[in-house]
Write a protein that binds this ligand. Sequence first.
Ligand SMILES: Cc1ncc(COP(=O)(O)O)c(C=O)c1O
Length: 385
Amino acid sequence: MLKGTFPIDQFKALTTPFYYYNIDLLKETLNMVTTEAGKYGYHVHYAVKANANPRILSVIAEHGLGADCVSGGEIQAALDAGFPAGKIVYAGVGKADWEINLGLDNDIYCFNVESAAELEVLDELAAAKNKVASIALRINPEVDAHTHAKITTGMKENKFGINLSQLGQVLDLVAQLKHVKLIGIHCHIGSQITDMAAFRGLAIRVNEIQEELEARGLKVENLNFGGGLGIDYYHPNHLPVPAFDNYFAVFNKLLQLRPGQQVHFEPGRSIVAQCGSLISKVLYVKVGETKKFCILDAGFTELIRPAMYDAYHRMENITNDEEIEVYDVVGPICESSDVFGKDVELNRAHRGDLIALRSAGAYGEVMASQYNCRKLPKAYYSDTL
Ligand SMILES: Cc1ncc(COP(=O)(O)O)c(C=O)c1O
């Protein structure tokens, strides 16, 4: 079995479970995304929600990306890591007043507004500070992302964005408000999208929306297509850097840009997923009547994606190369959903073996919890270990 390369000797001295980040791979991915986006002059804002680890954020900020935030906490984390306020965009269906005020006080680049109600509050809070907030309307484009139901965001029944049928009313409201300035439109249709047809549909829909805006005499200076580019969870060793070239080419080919218009993206998973692994230790191998369980010291408290989204993570026994056996790989949490994978092929597992759960850099550490009074996992980095 082709496995990832890990500094096993150093790992032996560390307390499991922990996250391990390959900083070289992160940098390679960042160089690729900036090069490919740069070919068309596109702007990239990293989606902080995917991984808000301060070290990871600072490496990303050093590569010149902006930040896409969905909470006041994320705005603060992005600022602390060195992202310039002028490159921060802020989305979210439920922005609290203090969060909006934090964005206003720091003069962030753009508020991605998700409802008429939010627009009125933003206008009021900006007025109180004698400011004008730059906004993009987050539009629900009704484009099916063909991804897991829990990470689809661009359909009518999802809570996000302004429905196309209500866009006219919201534009009327924007025209009346004095403390918001419409600079763009924003869409995000979902996550872990591997079918480029979904992005083609999005580009075409945004062309139509632009025509509708122009029919009302409106022109926006930017178009933001959100994130969503998927990664290959099955082959992390073969394809560690996602195909950003194909992704941006879709937009370049189909978008009908107006003169001077800027294009923005908010990738999260595609930047950080492959550089992170969750490293865990085998506590017990339990032989049941019909199943063999490999019981790890990591559970859904460290990596919730399998329990929450039925997500697949490739697992590797990085301690030994004995013959392959089939296990249900589970965690120690007192919930039957605490299963990382069923019928997983692993090199024979023994108590104390290290198991790497691959492609865990996105929506992994950042979603960790202390359920069952557990400690949050630590993180280690390839260049400082
Ligand atoms: C508004 C917005 N932008 C960007 C992203 C990042 O998506 P991804 O990690 O799939 O690239 C998300 C994720 O849900 C989002 O909600």
